[in-house]
Write a protein that binds this ligand. Structure first.
Ligand code: NAD
Length: 586
């Protein structure tokens, strides 16, 4: 059954890739020349990430004219106002946010102040902007947790009143979200764990809460699966960019899901713990999540069973299996078993939902073992014996997230959960190697750049190589038989080469030597061609990523690919022969 009403839209373009921060030209070309404000924090500047982003944008028409790098964890009203003032002072007309949720949320609300003016508190609430457009916003997450790069919400702390102020505006959805796993590599394991549990919380709350919708459901379940397979690994092997990338994708999917379905009681309590006791958001979510799952379980039994399944809890369905056999397999004699087996299915699902809660508790303990993540609120920083429990409960009960929880949040339940999390003596749990999936292949982080310094070098190297292919016994014949005329337009360095197989003999032309009309033109950088001839890139996905732009009969050209396979082994040898062994990608 579907809900009575749902809506789904994602105006944000999401791009993902290891090292994609160096390849932004196409993705941002339509903005034209801009004066950008970069919003980030001091730690990210120190880690060199701000410089990497600046270098990436130097290859585009967007000029970063001011950098605000003073965002603290759990950004505050004052921070946002200072940030907006800097942007206004420099006449910025585009905002880039680089950081965790604290930075991204600051960029969102500073954008609002820069355009609309006023104080932060004036804008607290939901959908107050109407149709007023804000400045283009480009967000680059460096944690894999909040999903803020694809959500319409922002949370800013008001330290004078010990609360976190919520903001929701459609215009907070950025124009572009740039997911580059390289930029999360420096995130320490403990923060990786805490922010990863934030993402898991988003996915689980989005899936069970009152505003669920089918599109958000699909994203939430896939996010849960990705986190199941990659969170422990990202903590245990911080350099594993495949695990880092999967976590970034998961937090992005979970962000899209909860931006549509909203979150629930876990966030209500976590926001209160953040406001009153300054507990980091991800950690608060990690600790509160299994307790609220347990509280909500009976109100959404079926959905918690789905979650358990996505987490990898397998359970049998004998009733469903027999039902299909009865329907299609003609097993009439087994009909009396159908009812009791269906009842057994329900029991298994109930147990599975319970096991899902146990899974999350176990995951927290494993993360604690791997990263030192605290497992109770005392270790998380509450040193006053929970003297402000009443304030936490009061703040939680008035938090907007509570409205979406599938079960009415009761005051006593909130107090009980917070007290239990304070007093618990649960201990870390060692992680087996089976829990850590094999490390992914390390991505080509140290790829070789600017291989062909000028057109002359490119003509010499690639031109010579094409001549070699022409006379190769495995390649020359099929190339001739293809009858194709393909032109390669390189940039940088600006050069063209044309392979014309339409006549009796394959001809190779450099630059203006070719005066005809090619059937296909493929535009790419010299570095891309270099990686291609190593067999290191996929042309089809390069077309999707616009690393290659093709004009003409592309399918016919792609059919050539199998013919070219032997060339990938030849190219490194050829490079060595022509004195370019140092440029071989190993
Ligand atoms: P954070 O942004 O507060 O960052 C935590 C710490 O990690 C900071 O010290 C930061 O410098 C450091 N850090 C970040 N990336 C790093 C990297 N790659 N290498 C080294 N250090 C790095 O943490 P967060 O959990 O991402 O964000 C929490 C904030 O986001 C809270 O204010 C929370 O309320 C808010 N939030 C917003 C949304 C939303 O949709 N807008 C959703 C959830 C949470």
């Amino acid at each position: 059954m579907l809900p009575d009403y749902f809506e789904f839209s994602l105006p944000t373009c999401v791009i993902y890739g290891i090292g994609i921060i160096n390849q932004l030209s196409d993705a941002v070309a339509h903005y034209g020349p801009r004066r950008a404000l970069l919003v980030t924090d001091a730690i990210l500047v120190q880690a060199g990430l701000a410089e990497r982003v600046q270098a990436g944008f130097r290859q585009t028409a967007i000029e970063i004219v001011a950098t605000f790098d003073q965002v603290p964890p759990n950004s505050t009203i004052r921070t946002v106002e200072d940030c907006a003032a800097l942007g206004r002072e420099h006449g910025c007309d585009l905002i880039i946010g680089l950081g965790g949720g604290s930075v991204l949320d600051t960029a969102k609300v500073a954008n609002l102040l820069m355009v609309k003016g006023g104080r932060v508190q004036d804008h607290m609430g939901a959908y107050l902007l109407g149709p007023m457009p804000l400045l283009p916003l480009l967000l680059i997450p460096t944690t894999a947790g909040t999903g803020s790069e694809v959500t319409k919400v922002a949370v800013i702390a008001d330290p004078d009143h010990d609360v976190k102020l919520p903001f929701a505006e459609t215009q907070f959805l950025p124009d572009l979200a740039i997911l580059d796993p390289e930029l999360t590599r420096s995130l320490p394991p403990r923060l990786t764990a805490m922010t990863g549990m934030d993402a898991l919380t988003h996915a689980i709350e989005a899936y069970v809460d009152k505003e669920w919708s089918p599109a958000a459901d699909g994203l939430a379940l896939q996010a849960i699966r990705l986190i199941r397979d990659h969170l422990l690994r990202a903590c245990a092997q911080p350099e594993d960019l495949q695990a880092r990338g999967a976590m970034l994708a998961a937090s992005c999917l979970a962000g899209i899901a909860f931006s549509h379905s909203m979150v629930g009681m876990v966030h209500g309590i976590s926001h209160a713990l953040g406001g009153v006791y300054h507990i980091p958001h991800g950690l608060a979510n990690a600790l509160v999540l299994p307790e609220v799952m347990d509280y909500n379980r009976d109100a959404r039994l079926e959905r918690y069973a789905d979650i358990a399944e996505a987490l990898g809890v397998a359970f049998p369905r004998p009733g469903a299996a027999l039902d299909s056999l009865l329907r299609y397999g003609g097993l009439g004699f087994a009909t009396p078993l159908a009812r009791p087996l269906r009842a057994l299915d329900r029991r298994f699902r109930r147990q599975a939902a319970k096991a899902g809660v146990a899974y999350v508790r176990t995951l927290n303990r494993q993360l604690a073992h791997l990263t030192g993540m605290p497992l109770n609120l005392r270790d998380a920083g509450i040193k006053d014996g929970l003297a402000k429990l009443e304030q936490v409960v009061e703040t939680a009960m008035t938090d907007g997230s509570m409205l979406y929880n599938p079960r009415e949040p009761e005051r006593e339940a909130v107090a009980r959960i917070v007290r239990a999390l304070h007093d618990t003596a649960v201990t870390p749990l060692p992680v087996s190697t089976a829990d850590l999936r094999p490390a992914g292949k390390r991505a080509a982080a140290d790829e070789i750049r600017n291989v062909f310094q000028d057109a002359e070098t490119l003509y010499r190297v690639l031109g010579g190589f094409f001549e070699r292919l022409k006379s190769d016994p495995q390649i020359g014949g099929p190339l001739q038989a293809s009858g194709l005329c393909v032109q390669f337009a390189f940039d940088p360095p600006a050069a063209t080469m044309t392979i014309d197989a339409r006549g009796d003999e394959v001809q190779i032309y450099r630059g203006a030597e070719f005066t005809g009309t090619p059937e296909v033109t493929m535009s790419m950088s010299g570095d891309f061609a270099h990686a291609f001839w190593h067999g290191r890139v996929n042309l089809v996905s390069a077309l999707t990523r616009r690393q290659v732009v093709a004009r003409g009969n592309v399918p016919k050209t792609l059919k050539l690919l199998p013919i070219l396979k032997p060339a990938y082994a030849l190219y490194p040898h050829y490079l060595a022969e022509v004195g370019m062994a140092g440029k071989i990608i190993r």
